[in-house]
Design a protein around this ligand. Structure first.
Ligand SMILES: O=C(CO)[C@@H](O)[C@H](O)COP(=O)(O)O
Length: 223
């Protein structure tokens, strides 16, 4: 039996929001029942896109009291952990491919009292995560190649979730297992059944019908 509640936690990705109305968007997702706010930081080096960085995170921190789940798609994240903590991150997730010192970065995040997360690209062997599984609060399985919102879900993520869920149940049942990329009403139930309990969603939340409806559809699909 897993230690964390298996109740699904919805994590809208603000990468897909209207940044000219960031405060309104954050209020809308909170009112719509978001459980945490996913913040995608991209450096144009680790991924072929630049999103935003510290000032936007700090602005989000001023605008909401919700948990800020920061996904660092940046090279050598150890250079910026302290700054992202200062800017208001509650959880920081780093890529195994982006650092030579994965265990040290996890320690660095934990030393600030924040939740440490680890993630990996869809083409990276899961084994690279294993040495730190007991030390983290969150594992993120990427179900797209990171860098852009609105991409198609990669089905092999389902088996990867099942495998990591089994490992976590052995060594760290309290850790969250999050999935990110192409998540929507059509696949959220299958992802839940595979063992994920946190669901990052950009397009399916900030779509044409707005965050309240997007979140309602996702929540309904988990039933
Ligand atoms: O990290 C990323 C992309 O790199 C994701 O968080 C996306 O922003 C999710 O967007 P959708 O696939 O839900 O549109």
């Amino acid at each position: 039996m897993c230690g964390v509640s298996r109740s699904p936690r919805l994590a809208p990705s603000i990468l897909s929001c209207d940044f000219s109305r960031l405060g309104d968007e954050l209020r809308a997702i909170q009112q719509g029942g978001a459980d945490l706010v996913h913040v995608d930081v991209m450096d144009g080096l680790f991924v072929p896109n630049i999103s935003f960085g510290l000032p936007i995170l700090a602005a989000a921190r001023r605008a909401t009291d919700q948990y800020l789940d920061v996904h660092l798609m940046i090279e050598q994240p150890e250079r910026y952990i302290d700054a992202f903590v200062q800017a208001g991150a509650d959880g920081l997730t780093v890529h195994v491919e982006a650092t030579r010192h994965l265990h040290r970065v996890v320690q660095q995040i934990r030393a600030h009292g924040r939740d440490a997360g680890v993630t990996l690209n869809p083409g990276t062997p899961l084994e690279t995560l294993r040495p730190v599984l007991a030390d983290v609060q969150r594992v993120l399985i990427m179900s797209v190649n990171p860098g852009f919102g609105g991409q198609a879900f990669i089905p092999s993520a389902l088996d990867r979730i099942r495998a990591v869920r089994a490992w976590l149940d052995d060594v760290n049942p309290d850790a969250h297992l999050e999935v990110d990329g192409g998540v929507g009403p059509a696949n959220i139930r299958a992802l839940m059944d595979a063992g994920a309990n946190e669901f990052v969603a950009g397009s399916s939340v900030f779509g044409a019908d707005g965050p309240a409806e997007g979140l309602r559809r996702l929540r309904e699909a988990t039933q």
